[in-house]
Design a protein. Structure first.
Length: 119
């Protein structure tokens, strides 16, 4: 089955860190741009960060800039989101999304991983 699988979420205290992983199953991520989205209860899904297929280009939402770092290891078929200095407003379900640019192949969404920042 072709899918993206997130992992690494959990409960962390304010100021703490987590690293989320987004692994591809059944296909290679080499030519896919990957983005992380999050959705908090009662709020719309919002983009957090994205990375180009080569890893050369990255982008971040203003709310996470300087605290989150996106990276990828194509050899491991995995994209990471390192999150530091977490605050309660970071509490959400985090999803990864993959799109193969200039291609008719389908987009992929992961099932999500819960991140809760609370003391």
């Amino acid at each position: 089955q072709l899918q993206l699988v997130e992992s690494g979420g959990g409960l962390v205290q304010p100021g703490g860190s987590l690293r989320l992983s987004c692994a591809a199953s059944g296909f290679t991520l080499d030519y896919y741009a990957i983005a992380w989205f999050r959705q908090a209860p009662g709020k719309e899904r919002e983009g957090v960060s994205c990375i180009s297929s080569s890893g050369e280009y990255t982008n971040y939402a203003d709310s996470v800039k300087g605290r989150f770092t996106i990276s990828r290891d194509n050899a491991k078929n995995t994209v990471y989101l390192q999150m530091k200095s977490l605050i309660p407003d970071d509490t959400a379900v985090y999803y990864c999304f993959g799109r193969k640019l200039n291609s008719a192949t389908p987009d992929y969404w992961g099932q999500g991983t819960q991140v809760t920042v609370s003391s």
